[in-house]
Design a protein around this ligand. Structure first.
Ligand SMILES: Nc1ncnc2c1ncn2[C@@H]1O[C@H](COP(=O)(O)OP(=O)(O)O)[C@@H](O)[C@H]1O
Ligand SMILES: [Mg+2]
Length: 256
């Protein structure tokens, strides 16, 4: 974990009326790291993601991705050129398409330059689609979705759709993924699968992560470093055990 951080955010602030949702936050994600972002409801975690990923413009502060300043770039440009993707709390899949089609389309959206290429017209674009199919099958296997790969995504459980969404995000070979509460509303067995998928993406595909998650066991098992927000400000930063032992964090978030 040497060299430039993959994500380097300084002095980020965003207000909604009188509410300082994010208030002067500095945060770095090191290359190859899985970093946790925790804090009580309303502490500004999702707004921090909104401002970092180009969904919302911050009032002030800078966002650097892989050494390049991207403050003010749109969500799409950050995804395509910066190769930083984010998930939302709500899961989105193409319900009428099967699992493999969902993944191939996710890959096409980011990597194909033209309509002709998207529809596989021409030998080169057909070869690229074959490449995407191969990557999709690998990710489907890793995600434990092999048995259901030919079923429409809309027929699968909420947890399985989360796995599809996560695998879809890996299709365009991102450098960094921001996950907003990936474990919310899914059963313990599937939580383990999502944890395994995140680990695989980190170890084998070299993807760095910043993860908002209320399930503290998941944070402890995945992250070596955790940042805590409270009322829009950074309250603490450290290893999971430092965070769990931190009195201010216990009072603000962990229930004493
Ligand atoms: N689009 C918005 N309009 C108005 N207020 C917002 C908006 N988004 C977030 N907020 C407010 O900003 C604060 C932080 O919210 P949020 O970032 O969603 O926190 P968290 O994700 O930590 O629960 C809250 O007080 C919330 O009501
Ligand atoms: Mg939130």
């Amino acid at each position: 974990m040497t060299g430039l951080p993959i994500l380097d955010i300084a002095g980020l602030s965003k207000s909604y009326g009188a509410v300082k949702a994010v208030n002067g936050v500095d945060l770095q994600v090191h290359r190859g790291e899985i970093c946790g972002l925790i804090g009580p409801n309303g502490s500004g975690k999702s707004t921090f993601f909104d401002c970092s990923s180009g969904l919302t413009r911050p009032n002030s502060g800078t966002v650097k991705l892989d050494g390049q300043e991207i403050t003010g770039w749109s969500l799409n440009r950050i995804a395509r050129e910066g190769r930083m993707l984010r998930s939302f709390q709500k899961t989105v899949t193409f319900g009428a398409l099967n699992v493999e089609e969902n993944l191939v389309i996710a890959g096409q959206m980011f990597t194909f330059p033209s309509i002709a290429a998207t529809f596989g017209i021409g030998a080169r674009s057909r070869a690229r689609i074959d490449g995407l199919r191969e990557r999709a099958r690998e990710l489907i296997r890793i995600s434990g979705l092999w048995e259901v790969r030919n079923q429409p995504a809309g027929n699968l459980s909420g947890g399985q759709q989360k796995l599809i969404q996560f695998a879809s995000m890996l299709m365009p070979e991102p450098k960094l993924i921001l996950l907003d509460e990936p474990m919310a509303g899914i059963n313990p067995k599937l939580i383990e699968r999502v944890v395994d998928s995140v680990r695989y993406a980190n170890d084998q595909l070299g993807v760095s992560f910043l993860i908002i998650e209320h399930n503290i066991d998941v944070i402890i098992s995945l992250c070596r470093r955790v940042v805590v927000l409270d009322q829009g400000r950074k309250l603490a930063e450290g290893t999971p055990s430092e965070i769990v032992d931190n009195q201010a964090v216990r009072e603000a978030y962990l229930g004493g």
